[in-house]
Design a protein around this ligand. Structure first.
Ligand SMILES: *[C@@H]1O[C@H](CO)[C@@H](O)[C@H](O)[C@H]1NC(C)=O
Ligand SMILES: [Ca+2]
Ligand SMILES: [Ca+2]
Length: 283
């Protein structure tokens, strides 16, 4: 973990890439100091938790989880008929869970340092609690994402690929049919495969989406706020950062101000998390 020194920052944006997501308006927010995992929680870390606690994830209980069609074997794909109308590339795969990310015929033995997948919000909360940590609020997450830069799109600045370099695991090519893997990865990457931001945090955008503790809403209080925690209740939880499946054409959400949502019991092959912990505020 790394200490994120508290401070004020401009949360959200007045130039929203996706206005319907409630990216704006920009507002002054203060967060107290906290420690944050420098990386997304990995399969190895989640395995330690499961070994120690016997925890069973929601996807394991439900018996299925959502997997991106492009990463499924033909055998698995041919057994599925049901799909999500608005996003036909998501298929509910029987037996898909964190240990079998693309269904029963897949394993994670060669992916120990990749982010854990198919974890619901409840699963993420359970892991963080076990580690004496908690999920970040959206404000903490976004403050951390910005890495000390003011009003920039990405954790590293405003250019997606400065000097032709890739700074995050995203999608190059044409979504959803062609992923060129120009950044080196067509699926998840081992955590910390791309440069850290100014706070020493890796993969804040890209690789996997990350759960936050906030309930989802698209209208925000613009009064100056201290440690905002989002609405008191809701139907969906906020996730941040986009994933290896994000391409500008349909998911321009690999920006610090960008946001999206899922029900707390959702799990998918591009959604993970990292934890934070509070220190005694110094002021
Ligand atoms: C979890 O337990 C299994 C079986 O005892 C062991 O082989 C594995 O190394 C453990 N993994 C971690 C990360 O603790
Ligand atoms: Ca990629
Ligand atoms: Ca991420």
């Amino acid at each position: 973990m790394v200490l994120i020194a508290g401070g004020g920052f401009l949360m959200g944006t007045n130039n929203p890439g996706i206005p319907a997501d409630g990216e704006g308006p920009q507002r002054l927010v203060h967060v107290d100091s906290f420690y944050m995992d420098i990386q997304e929680v990995t399969n190895r870390q989640f395995q330690s938790f499961v070994n120690a606690s016997g925890y069973v994830t929601e996807a394991e209980k439900f018996g299925d989880s959502f997997v991106f069609e492009g990463s499924l074997s033909e055998t698995v794909k041919n057994q599925i008929t049901q799909a999500v109308a608005a996003a036909p590339w998501w298929l509910p795969v029987k037996g898909a869970n964190w240990k079998h990310p693309e269904g029963p015929d897949s394993v994670i033995t060669n992916r120990q340092d990749h982010p854990v997948l198919h974890v619901s919000w409840m699963d993420a909360v359970a892991y963080c609690s076990w580690a004496n940590k908690r999920l970040p609020t959206e404000a903490e997450w976004e403050y951390a994402c910005r890495g000390g830069l003011k009003d920039r799109l990405y954790p590293w600045g405003n250019k997606l690929n400065p000097n032709g370099q890739h700074y995050a695991n995203l999608w190059q090519g044409e979504f959803p049919n062609y992923n060129s893997g120009e950044d080196g990865y067509v699926k998840t990457s081992p955590v910390m495969s791309f440069p850290a931001n100014g706070f020493g945090l890796y993969d804040m955008v890209g690789n996997v989406w990350e759960w936050t503790s906030d309930w989802w809403a698209v209208h925000h209080n613009t009064d100056q706020q201290r440690n905002p925690k989002g609405p008191p209740s809701g139907a969906d939880k906020v996730k941040k950062g986009g994933s290896y499946m994000c391409h500008k054409s349909y998911c321009y959400r690999y920006r610090c101000a960008a946001r999206s949502q899922n029900t707390p019991d959702s799990s998918a092959s591009n959604l993970g998390f990292r934890c934070v912990s509070q220190e005694t505020p110094k002021y």
